[in-house]
Write a protein that binds this ligand. Structure first.
Ligand code: 5AD
Ligand code: SF4
Length: 433
C-alpha cells in the first residue's frame, strides 16, 4: 500500500505552488499519494503563512488537533513562512512536530522527512531548487513561479524575511514550464511572484536580462496558451510599457491586482511603498482608460501606526475614485522582524476595527452598484470546476466568478456567457453561441 500524504495550505498563491512542488517531490521520490483525511495520513504537512498574527496562533491549535487525530506513527511537518520565521521554536512549543521546513527550502522536503527534528530555514538560493517534479492541483490552470523572495522593504511586511531576497527564475525555464503545462492540457498560465513586474532585475547566474513585459510577450507567443494571469504586480513598477502590453495583448486576462495599502501619501511613506496617492490614482486611471472592461483588485491595510482620521479619509477617497472590483482589507497586525513593529504611534484596536468596518461596508455598496453594470453583459468564461448543484463554475477574463447550468463536458472549455443574475461575488449566466 502506498503511503498517504495530507497537506493543508494556508496563505497566498505562492504557497499553493510550493505545496504542489512538495506533493510532486514526495510522490516521485517517496511514493506518497494524497489523501484528504488527516487521520489516514502517514505524513501531515501544514504549509503556513505569517503575514498576519492570527494564522500563526491558529497554527498551534491546529497542530494540537492533528497530533490527536493522527495515526500513531504518522509524521507532522510544518512548512512555509511561519516555519521560516519561528524555526526551532515550533518544535519547542509543539515537540511532536517532526520537522520544520522554510518557505525557501521546499525542495528539501524529501530529505528532511528522514531527519527527525530537522529545521531547514536558511534562505540561500540555488537554481537546482527549481527543478521540481511535476504536480498540479488543477488540470486547467498552471501556476508558475517567475521569481522568489522580495527586495522591497515595506515596513509592515515580514515576507522579505521569510522568503529572502528577490531572484528571478530564468525566462527559458518559465517558458519551458508553460509549454509543458499547455501540452498537459492547461489553457491558463498563472505567473507568480511577490513582485512580478519587477521581474528580471537579478538572476542567480548569467542569464538573459528580460523584463516582465517581455516575459509576458514570450509566454503569450506559445501556441496553446490562451490565458495569462499574474500576481502580484507592484503599483510602483506599473510603467506605461507594462500597462500598454496589458491592454494590447489579447491573451492577458483583464484583471489587475494593484495593492494600494493606504491612500494617504504620508502613510505610504511610512510604509516605504515608494509611490504617492497621486501616482496610484494616475496608474489606475490609465488602466481604466486603456482597458474599459478591466477589473482592479487591491489590498488595503487600515490602522497602520500613525494613521489619522484624515489619512483614513484619503484611503476612502481612493476607494471611491477607483471603485475596485475586489478589495482584500486588513487591520494592521504588527509582525516580528519588521520595521513598523518598532513604531510607537499604534492605533487603538477598536478604532482599527471601526475603520475596517467602514471601508468594507462602503465597498459593499460599490459592489452593489457594479453588479448592476454586469447584468446582461457577455463575458468569456473558462470553466474549471464541476459543482454538485448542477452548475459548472469558471472565471471570466476580467475575473468575475461565473456559474452556468451544465455538466462535465464544459470543463476546460472557454465560452461566451451572458450574465443573467449578478451578485456581489458571483454571477449566473447562460452560454451564448
Ligand atoms: N498587517 C496587516 N496586513 C498585512 N499585509 C501584509 N503585512 C501585513 C500586516 N503586518 C497585507 C498586505 C498585503 C497582503 C498580502 O497582506 O495588504 O498586500
Ligand atoms: Fe504568502 Fe506572504 Fe503568507 Fe508567505 S507570508 S504565505 S509569502 S502571503
Amino acid at each position: 500500500m502506498s503511503k498517504k500524504l495530507f497537506i493543508e495550505t494556508l496563505g497566498c498563491a505562492m504557497n499553493v505552488r510550493d505545496s504542489e512542488h512538495m506533493v510532486a517531490e514526495l510522490h516521485a521520490l517517496e511514493g506518497y499519494e494524497l489523501t484528504d483525511q488527516a487521520g489516514e495520513a502517514d505524513l501531515i504537512l501544514i504549509n503556513t503563512c505569517s503575514v498576519r498574527e492570527k494564522p500563526v496562533h491558529k497554527l498551534f491549535s491546529e497542530l494540537g488537533v492533528f497530533n490527536k487525530l493522527k495515526k500513531p506513527d504518522a509524521k507532522i511537518g510544518v512548512c512555509g513562512c511561519t516555519a521560516s520565521h519561528l524555526g526551532k521554536e515550533i518544535i519547542k512549543r509543539a515537540p511532536y512536530v517532526n520537522f520544520v521546513l522554510g518557505a525557501r527550502n521546499v525542495s528539501k522536503i524529501a530529505q528532511v522527512l528522514h531527519k527527525d527534528k530537522a529545521v531547514e530555514i536558511e534562505i540561500d538560493y540555488d537554481e537546482s531548487q527549481f527543478a521540481f517534479k511535476d504536480f498540479r492541483t488543477s488540470a486547467h490552470k498552471a501556476y508558475i513561479n517567475i521569481s522568489i523572495g522580495c527586495d522591497k522593504q515595506c515596513t509592515f511586511c515580514i515576507v522579505p524575511k521569510t522568503r529572502g531576497d528577490e531572484i528571478s527564475i530564468p525566462s527559458e525555464l518559465i517558458v519551458a514550464e508553460a509549454r509543458r503545462a499547455v501540452e498537459n492540457g492547461a489553457k491558463e498560465v498563472f505567473l507568480l511572484g511577490q513582485n512580478v513586474n519587477n521581474y528580471g532585475r537579478r538572476f542567480s547566474g548569467e542569464h538573459e536580462k528580460v523584463n516582465f513585459t517581455e516575459l509576458l510577450r514570450r509566454v503569450s507567443a506559445l501556441e496553446g496558451v490562451e490565458r495569462i494571469r499574474f500576481t502580484s504586480p507592484h503599483p510602483l513598477h506599473m510603467d506605461d510599457e507594462f500597462i500598454e502590453e496589458f491592454a494590447r495583448n489579447p491573451k492577458i486576462c483583464k484583471s489587475m491586482h494593484m495593492p494600494l495599502q493606504s491612500g494617504s501619501t504620508d502613510i505610504l511613506k511610512a510604509m516605504k511603498r515608494g509611490y504617492t496617492k497621486e501616482w496610484f490614482l494616475n496608474r489606475a486611471a490609465k488602466l481604466r482608460e486603456m482597458v474599459p472592461n478591466v477589473s482592479i483588485s487591491t489590498d488595503i491595510i487600515v490602522a497602520f501606526p500613525g494613521e489619522s482620521e484624515e489619512d483614513f479619509a484619503q484611503t476612502m477617497e481612493v476607494l471611491n475614485a477607483v471603485r475596485f472590483e475586489q478589495v482584500f482589507s486588513f487591520k494592521y497586525s504588527p509582525r516580528p522582524l519588521t520595521e513598523a513593529e518598532q513604531f510607537t504611534d499604534e492605533i487603538d484596536s477598536e478604532i482599527g476595527s471601526e475603520r475596517l468596518r467602514l471601508l468594507q461596508s462602503r465597498h459593499d455598496e460599490i459592489l452593489d452598484e457594479l453588479k448592476l453594470e454586469h447584468q446582461g453583459k457577455i463575458v468569456e468564461v473558462y470553466f474549471e470546476e464541476l459543482r454538485s448543484d448542477g452548475y459548472v463554475a469558471g472565471r471570466s477574463d476580467n475575473n468575475v466568478g461565473v456559474k452556468v447550468k451544465g455538466s462535465e463536458e464544459l470543463l476546460g472549455t472557454i465560452a461566451k456567457v451572458k450574465i443573467t443574475e449578478a451578485h456581489r461575488t458571483v454571477a449566473y449566466g447562460e452560454i451564448v453561441a
